[in-house]
Unconditional design. Sequence first.
Length: 434
Amino acid sequence: MRSPPGFVNIQLDAAWYSEALGEILSAGDEYGAGSAAKPERVQVEFVSANPTGPLTVASARNAAYGDSVARLLDFAGHTVEREFYVNDVGAQIDLFRASVEARRRREEPPADGYLGDYVADLAQEDGDPVEPMLERIRATLERFRVHMDLWVRQSEMEAVLEEALAEIELYDEQGARWLATTRWGDDKDRVVVRADGRPTYLAADVPHMRLKWGRGHERLIYVLGADHHGYIARLKAIAGALGHDPEAVEVLIYQLVQLSEGGEARKVSKRRGDVVFLDELLDEIGIDAARWHLLARGHEQAMEIDVDLARERSEKNPVYYVQYAHARIGGILRNAQGRTASPEPGAGLEPEERELVKRLAEFPAIVAEATERRGPHALPTYAIRVADDFHRFYHHHRVLESDEEPFRLALCEATASVIARALHLIGVEAPERM
């Protein structure tokens, strides 16, 4: 007669906790780094908002997500380049310029033109309004802790369009030139050059992607809004037409973000002028809260940010709850200056100490999976759990002047290091004081 299945209880020896803690302390900022089995040269193109107005909250999610993916890839050991593709030609740019020119003549913008105070402000300056708007976008991104390594203009790509198109196989039909994108999984072939000789929007992607490969990248990542879902197969087809593996092209689609305040949603329309700009959001809730709340959910999920909660500087706000844990440790370590920390426990470990060490030891696996899945939202979730475990440990056990002071100081140092690294990977600061 067989026995029914039972349970196996595993209890880790105290030496395991000591080794785990010692590994965290010795690795420092590099704990959990280098998870890439085969490091690659990767380019991440993100934001790439039309320079027809300041960055909006919708672009903010793109910026926070794309930058955090780039940070994770860099931490894993890849060589990463961040790119902003500037759409400086086309119908929307023409409409934007016409709107500013109308304001300069003290006239109303054309139908479907751009409104808002920023249009009137640009009208006070001479010259092409695209350039000062692009500088404003650049400044906003830097403020948001997003630094772009490369700015590529669509006009530059159109200048070498024919040269690039000569490198891929096209066919003629009905007077137009087509790319057989169905060869690489698209639902239908796409026109690249219209019958009247005008290139389609897709055409400029050929020299643009050729530039990316030419810069030595082995993997191309695009971060695009939900309305670009149908573009995935087209980008992969261009890669195939240029002689590269379509699977080396990743398109990460993020869903919309909405703001609510006082229970009411804010509307977003760059043309009408009733849009919520990223700079305004940062003024209201701060950079740390903005980055945190924009990354708190997976990019494939639509999200709503409660501005009232996000601006609150209390432990009700998860970003401040986690930062407070780091700041509390900072205070402990300042008061412990000159004292010895050691990962070797003096006696038996308390349950709260064990749980905290085990949580810290999860970090390499958490960050490796977040990188692999392009899912930085795992980090805020993990950081909250670390903060929970630390606050529980701190509530039950004295650190300074205790019999276990050296071990508990080491535990505090390791906790601060892991929290700081998790926050850095999502672009949030880890303050020493609050």
